[in-house]
Design a protein around this ligand. Structure first.
Ligand code: HEM
Length: 406
């Protein structure tokens, strides 16, 4: 048995801008030194699908690692600093469990399916505005979709969408650890907070008719039943918007990037919603914006490596779908590939914090690509694309495309 700090591991410099454009070559180099572990400036990266499944899927000895962030960013007690430490994903185990149990029962596949008409209506409205332009930044276009769907799900008026989107673009930079961003983060958070408080106050003053309840009613009922405070309720509403925003946008943007190289698959998406399910799953295997970070709360021994308590671990969910040990021909996009259930992608995480919005996200992406493929014909890339930082919420930054409107 060896301690993790005695191993000769590859050092991943993922803060380098070039890393985001092609992390796969770097992870290949890491794999040459060790089958599942690499070093980073602040901890260790776990990148093989099997190791992620084994360690994150049994996460009793792990805890979230948000506690140091407000200190590093020197914003303890500021509006954003408080949210950062008290948001659902950062809470200590017992408090997190109460909140998660309160909401998890509501976020079912059935509920997500009931939202499909709202998703279709939202995408159709967006397409009618953007399709006549023929040349667009697809990332910007897709950024309006998740925020508009979530706004509709909670019965918010459509005029709140641009302001929420702008605030979430700022909050998406939160984990870059850049202290100079704190004033902007505070402002963005306060904007979202004002929106959440107004929304709840308006609904409480004007309750929905019993046959027209929406996600906000469900959250309000669940909060009342679970003894959730108003502060937690506002934070939860904000977190739902934020958690579903750049994750969904970046996956949809990457899906279009794949489609420009696979015109036959794209055409099939226009005709066959069922096929879109396979396309979405294969996209989530090929690309995923998220990684998860944790501290070990006790010593862990895994495959003869001792990881001491207090070690920071990064779970690279974002590249685990390209693991050559888990998938044949991992870099090729094949929605019809047969996947062994034990080797499904882990785009939505595993364990205690596994994504609550996964069924909503999947339905949203399926409905989205089905309608986009019907209206943006023969898309091709029409300019340079950039990349968002690899740590945090990774993805394409700016995807100029041209297409024929239909
Ligand atoms: C393609 C889109 C999405 C991806 C890839 C994604 C991915 C993830 C991942 C990996 C986690 C776990 C993070 C960790 O363990 O540290 C997570 C948590 C979460 N996600 Fe998502 N997500 C997506 C969309 C959504 C949507 C649309 C919503 C809400 C409507 C949502 C709500 C949540 C919530 C509430 C949590 C925290 C759960 C907890 O702490 O118990 N997500 N998501």
């Amino acid at each position: 048995m060896q301690r993790v700090d005695e191993l000769d591991l590859y050092h991943l410099n993922w803060d380098e801008p070039s890393f985001a454009a092609d992390p796969y070559t770097e992870f290949d180099k890491a794999r040459e030194k060790h089958p599942w572990l690499a070093k980073t400036d602040t901890g260790y990266a776990i990148f093989s699908l099997q190791a992620i499944r084994d360690l994150m899927g049994n996460d009793d000895n792990l805890r979230p690692s948000f506690d140091g962030i407000a200190e590093i960013m020197e914003c303890k007690g500021s509006p954003w600093g408080r949210f950062c430490e008290e948001q659902m994903i950062a809470l200590p185990e017992r408090e997190h469990r109460v909140l998660r149990d309160t909401f998890a029962a509501k976020f079912t596949p059935r509920y997500a399916n009931n939202l499909r008409p709202i998703m279709r209506e939202t995408m159709e409205r967006l397409l009618s505005e953007w399709v006549p332009r023929e040349r667009i930044d697809f990332e910007e276009f897709s950024s309006y979709y998740p925020v508009a769907v979530t706004a509709q799900m909670v019965g918010a008026p459509l005029d709140v969408i641009p302001g929420l989107r702008q605030s979430m673009e700022v909050m998406g930079l939160a984990f870059s650890m850049d202290k100079t961003l704190v004033p902007q983060l505070d402002k963005a958070f306060l904007h979202m907070d004002g929106f959440a408080q107004d929304l709840v106050a308006t609904r409480r003053a004007n309750p929905s008719e019993s046959d027209a309840t929406d996600l906000l009613d469900i959250i309000l009922d669940a909060a009342d039943d679970g003894g959730i405070s108003d502060r937690q309720l506002f934070d939860m509403l904000i977190f739902l918007f934020v958690a579903g925003y750049d994750t969904s946008k970046n996956v949809l943007t990457y899906m279009m990037h794949l489609m420009t190289d696979h015109p036959d698959i794209y055409e099939r998406c226009a005709d066959d919603l069922d096929y879109c399910r396979k396309v979405v799953e294969e996209t989530l295997r090929m690309f995923n914006p998220s990684s998860a970070f944790r501290f070990t709360s006790e010593d862990i021994t895994y495959r003869d490596v001792l990881i001491p308590a207090g070690t920071m671990l990064f779970f690279n969910l974002n590249v685990s779908g390209r693991d050559p040990q888990a998938f044949d021909d991992a870099d090729s996009f094949n929605p019809d590939r047969q996947i062994d259930p034990a080797r499904r992608h882990v785009a939505f995480g595993l364990g205690k914090h596994m994504c609550l919005g996964q069924f909503i996200a999947r339905a949203q992406l399926q409905e989205g690509i089905h309608l986009i493929a019907q209206h943006m014909k023969q898309p091709h890339e029409a300019g340079e694309k950039g990349w968002r930082p690899f740590p945090g919420v990774w993805g394409i930054k700016g995807l100029p495309i041209e297409f024929t409107p239909a």
